[in-house]
Unconditional design. Structure first.
Length: 265
């Protein structure tokens, strides 16, 4: 599935969770658009490989670092090192995320904290450090947080930690957008629908994945799961000057999932 031509980008873009899935697609999309790319991920080795691939796709420069977005020091070191190596940070894709489900009465505090710390506090830590760089350089910037349709709707079956984290993230985006609009820094969310990545199947037994792929794809209005490149196309558009009047928005890229009422008549 092709998501069309790439947006033109300049300067350095940081992508968290850039080693796999949607983050990897966004990092390579930024590279094709002409940006320098910093790939930050728990998996530093894979992040380094994606950084090498970014050079092959047209990035003027690229680095890959191990970074845990839950850890204040790890984020500060990675963001500062990326800015040192690549120059002023113009774009951020706060994408690192995990999904651990469970019914609330059975849910361990460690699982709850892991999801909130990664998906929400991680975005806060990355954006905070990157905003300091953007303000210092005074040339504006664009931040894209990867949220989810679960930010605005829910379903039975233990999605509470994930949906709480994404609801918080979408609210975070709205308020940060207002606080930094006067500095020329735009902040938006992308809400991808079901995409065929490791995270999508994190809570599904391996032998049930093919049937679940069919089942979920069949419930999407467009009749299939999305491709990471299709989320990346929205992300690179929001990073680019082509979206210069867009801030505080929640851009839904979900094949029609949110448009569909659950009760058919
Ligand atoms: N796949 C989907 O269907 C879907 C739908 C909506 C939203 N999303 C969101 O998109 C984002 C990317 O998801 P994906 O599907 O590409 O997942 P993925 O599992 O393919 O990739 C996630 C990446 O994040 C990294 N990561 C996890 N915890 C981290 C941490 N603490 N610090 C740094 N890196 C960390 C992982 O190592 C991995 O490389 C997530 O925020 C997810 O919630 C995904």
């Amino acid at each position: 599935m092709s998501a069309g031509p790439d947006e033109r980008l300049d300067g350095a873009v940081l992508v968290t969770g850039g080693a796999r899935g949607i983050g990897r697609a966004a990092a390579l999309g930024c590279a094709r658009g002409g940006a320098s790319v910093a790939v930050l991920d728990l998996d530093g080795e894979l992040a380094g490989q994606v950084a090498e691939q970014a050079i092959g796709r047209g990035a003027p420069a690229s680095v890959g670092f191990a970074c845990d977005v839950r850890d204040e020091r790890s984020v500060a070191e990675a963001v500062d090192a990326a800015a040192d190596r690549l120059g002023p940070v113009r774009g951020v894709v706060s994408n690192a995320g995990v999904d651990r489900g469970g019914l609330v009465h059975e849910l361990g505090l460690d699982a709850w904290r892991d999801v909130i710390d990664t998906n929400l506090t991680g975005a806060f830590l990355v954006c905070r450090r990157a905003l300091r760089h953007m303000l210092e350089h005074g040339r504006g910037g664009s931040i894209v947080c990867v949220s989810s349709p679960w930010a605005v709707v829910s379903a039975p079956g233990g999605v509470t930690p994930y949906s709480s984290s994404k609801g918080g993230l979408s609210s975070f985006v709205r308020s940060v957008a207002l606080d930094y609009a006067g500095h020329g820094i735009r902040v938006n969310a992308v809400l991808p629908g079901p995409m065929d990545t490791a995270l999508m199947w994190a809570n599904v037994p391996e032998d049930e994945v093919p049937a679940m792929r069919e089942l979920i794809g069949g419930q999407v209005a467009l009749g299939r799961l999305g491709e990471p490149d299709e989320a990346a196309a929205a992300i690179t558009w929001l990073l680019s000057e082509r979206s210069s009047y867009v801030t505080g928005s929640q851009l839904v890229v979900d094949g029609g999932v949110l448009a569909k009422a659950s009760i058919a008549v």
